[in-house]
Structures are given as C-alpha cells and as structure tokens.
Design a protein around this ligand. Structure first.
Ligand code: HEC
Length: 99
C-alpha cells in the first residue's frame, strides 16, 4: 500500500514538472517571436512583410523550420548566432500554434 502511495506521488511530481516546462517553453517562444519575428511575420504570423511566408499555413516540419530560422532564407536573416538553441526550439513550437 505504501509503495503505491509513493509511486503515485512520484508520477504526480513528474507530470507537474513536465507541465511547468511546457508552459515555460510556450512563454519563451512567444517572447522570442514578439522580439524577433513580428517585424516581418506579424503578431499572428500572417503579415507577410518583405515577402515573408504566412506562418499559419506553413507545411514545413519542425526540422525544416529550425533550419530556416538558424540559417535564414531569402529576405529572412539567420538567427543561429542571435538565439540560443532552446529559444529556437521554443519559437518553432510557437509557430505551430499560430492560426
Ligand atoms: C526580415 C524579415 C523576417 C524576419 C525578422 C523573420 N522572418 Fe521568417 N521569413 C521571412 C521571409 C522573407 C521568408 C520566406 C523565405 C523564402 O522562402 O524565400 C520567411 C520564412 C519563414 C519560415 C518558413 C515558412 C514556410 O512555410 O516556408 C519560417 C518558419 C519563419 N520564417 C519563421 C521565422 C521566425 C520564427 C522568425 C523569428 C525568429 C522569423 N521568421 C523572422 C522573413 C523574416
């Protein structure tokens, strides 16, 4: 019985930590996007300034998005040296939330 209680508590702690991390990443992604991306893509990702793509209809995978953000493409500048890997990761996740 004791074991079950300990186990349940353990699972609960693991899940609540994961939840916190997800929330922190989502907040970070939004901050990074607001600071670095809205100038061209707009708050909702649809602005299309400087011929930037509408991010809400992008069919690119996570890996392809990471690559474009790191290396830039066309009029989009590279963010590989500006953003930390976890910031790039967070902002890519954020682009998937844009609708
Ligand atoms: C200077 C303007 C500019 C800024 C700033 C900018 N982008 Fe872009 N972005 C573009 C342009 C232009 C393209 C289209 C590139 C092409 O395909 O020629 C693009 C394309 C993309 C794509 C690929 C979309 C697709 O479906 O092909 C993603 C994802 C993207 N940008 C994300 C971001 C993120 C995230 C940021 C902020 C870290 C950002 N962009 C900042 C101009 C910009």
């Amino acid at each position: 019985m004791k074991k079950i209680v300990v186990f349940t508590a353990f699972i609960f702690i693991v899940f609540s930590c994961a939840e916190k991390n997800n929330k922190a990443a989502a907040i970070l992604g939004k901050q990074v996007f607001k600071k670095n991306c809205v100038i061209c893509h707009g708050v909702d990702g649809k602005l299309g300034l400087n011929n930037s793509k509408d991010l809400t209809i992008s069919k690119l995978t996570k890996e392809e998005r990471v690559s474009i953000i790191k290396n830039g493409k066309g009029a989009m500048n590279a963010f590989g040296t500006i953003l930390k890997p976890q910031e790039i990761d967070a902002v890519v996740e954020y682009t998937f939330l844009l609708k």
